[in-house]
Structures are given as C-alpha cells and as structure tokens.
Design a protein around this ligand. Sequence first.
Ligand code: AMP
Length: 390
Amino acid sequence: MKTVKDLKIDKKVVLIRCDFNVPIKNKKIMDDTRIVESLETIRYCIKKKAKVVLFSHLGRIKEKKDLAKNTLEPIAKRLSELLNQEVIFINETRGKKLEDAVKNLKEGEVLCVENTRYEDLDGKKESTNDQELGAYWASLGDYFINDAFGTIHRAHASNVGIASHLESAVGFLIEKELKALSSLNRPKKPFVVILGGAKVHDKIGVIEKLVLKADYLLIGGGMAFTFLQSEGYQIGNSLIDYDSLDFCHEILKKYPEKILLPLDFRVSKEFNNKAKSRVVDITEIEDDEMGLDIGPKTIKIYEQYLKDAKTVLWNGPLGVYEFTKYRKSTEEILKYLVDENISTILGGGDTTSAATSLNLKDKVTHASTGGGATLEYLEGKKLPGLEAIK
Ligand code: AMP
C-alpha cells in the first residue's frame, strides 16, 4: 500500500481526506480524538512545505436545517490550536472562493473545506460518489492522501472519487489502523474477543469469521439477549433482534464452548439513568424489566477468561455506557485489561469512546477510530477507500 511517504509532495497542493466526524454539542467539540489522530499526517505535509487542503464529512445532511449545526468551522478552529498555526476555513464545498483560496495558499499553509456532506443536499453527491464532484475536488490538487479510516468502507466522492483522478496514498493514521488490525490475522493465542453493542445483525459476519480464530467470544451488551432468548431464557423487555434468533441458536449449537453468555445483569424498568435498578440472575428478569448492563458475577467470570489472553479484540460496549449507572462492566473490564497489561485492540465507535471518556485510550495497544470500517475489515470485505488507492 502506497503511503504518504511514497509521494513527492514537497511544495505541491496536497488534498487530505481526514475523519473529523466528532461529536459536537452547541458548537462545542465533545471529544477531539479523531482530530488529534489526524495531526501526524497533516504535520508531515506541513513540514514538507506542501499546501494542505483538508476534507471531511461531519454528521448527516438531509435538509437545509442540518447545515449550520454540521459546519466544520469549530473543527478548523480546534485544528488551528492543535497545529499552532492558522487553518484557513472556507465555508463552501465548491466555487470561486474555494478555488482562489487554494490557488493563494503558500507553502506550509493549511486550508479546511466545508463539510463534504453539504453536497448531499443536492442529490447525495458526496455519499453516492458523484463522478463530477470527485473530479472537481481532484482538480484542486496535485496529490491525494486518504487518512479517514472511519469512512474507508464507503465509496464517497471525497475518498474514492478524488482517488480515481489523482496519484494517491494512505496517511499515517490509516497505516497504523491497518497494521493493528492485520495483526489479528495471526493473533497471539489465547485470542479472546469481547463483543457487545446493540444489534447482533450488524455483527453476524464478524462473529462467523472470528469464531474460527478466537479461543473465546465473550458476549455482552444488548446483543446478549438475542443469544439468550434463542436458548429459551426469559429476557423481559430487553433489547431483542428477532431476525437474528436463528443465527444465534445455530452458532451456539456449533461452538458451545467458545461462546460465553452473561449469567447476571443490572436491570431496570426504564431506559434512563434515573429509574431504580437491581442486579438479577438471568433466570430472574421480570417481564417489565430490561437488562442494561452485565452483572458482577459475569464481570468476574469474563475476567478469568481474559486473564491469560495474549490478544484481546473488543467491539461494542457491554452495557448502556452512555448512562453512568450502566457503564460499570465496560469500565471495569477495560481497567482490568490495562492493569493486567493485556494486549488489547478496541474496535472503534463506542468502545473507543468509552476508553476515551475513562482516560484509558492511550493505555491500550490500539484504539481504532472506525467502528464500521473495523468490522468490515475483520469480515474480510474489500474496503472501497483502500481499493481506490491500490
Ligand atoms: P453498536 O453500535 O452495535 O456497537 O451498539 C452500541 C450501543 O449499544 C451503545 O449505544 C449502547 O448504549 C448500546 N447497548 C449496550 N448494551 C445495551 C443493552 N443492554 N441494552 C440496550 N442497548 C445497549
């Protein structure tokens, strides 16, 4: 795979697709991990005296009212602080203002283009990889670097589109992500996978692949209940994915010793952080209760399975970690892995956010910036963003 170091970018206009899709509330960035992760490539280009033009999407743009809340302006500001130099922000995705600003860039200067998904308002041009749009953006630069791991499993105009018109490479972040994930092709054993999150459906492909390689799959989160119901347990009001019941039943039958399910839960009658909760065994969930976190017995047992692991992959929180009341298992097991120095890869999305909010992200072996991309890579699917560079 060609990387940024293989391109002769000195003094050239370099277009970089970053992943600045960060959580924002009232124009305030709640977690800047993805911005920080993109700095290495940007700094490298600045050092090479390239003229740097940054692209990223942010959120979803369906109607006009989505535009203002999804502007990249606060991100450009945060980037200026982190880079300690001005980042020119252009509040447009095409047109004379953008073209002139790119032409006027001096060596080592950085410009950030408005949210690429502003182009989705008019026929989803960005998200459907509109040919004309990709060609237009490519016409602004000399080289293209894709460093947005979070969208590498999608064909958008700002990644695949641009790459099909310019000499391209991946940035340092994608290089790092691929290196970490490819280590899972031949993991050091015992290899233990922790799977949580909401839906089984999204993870069927990855479960089928990982069950072949892993010594154990420890299941938690909302998805545990579909597995449990498929075995005839009463799960009350807990999350259920009816379409995946047969899959769960079959895979449990095939790998009864490899797939572990929770024995106890913290349950509540309401899906919020305020209502009363209690810890119950799996056989004690009332009809009007839902399991919102795995319980203390399960945490202890899972830790026993993790104790001797040489590689751990974790995708999806084990409870509704957004509510402080139901984040205990995710927090405790993360701390356990870090304290015991167990080689751990976090598969992006909520798992990485949970580690960030606990200040543990930098203590694990690798915390991915892309949940969906990680899953598709592990499923063995081709990633369009990478294919376009190959
Ligand atoms: P996913 O995107 O599939 O990894 O799902 C992540 C989401 O799963 C998070 O928003 C969690 O709040 C949610 N989640 C975890 N455990 C549960 C649970 N027991 N019930 C409902 N949702 C859950």
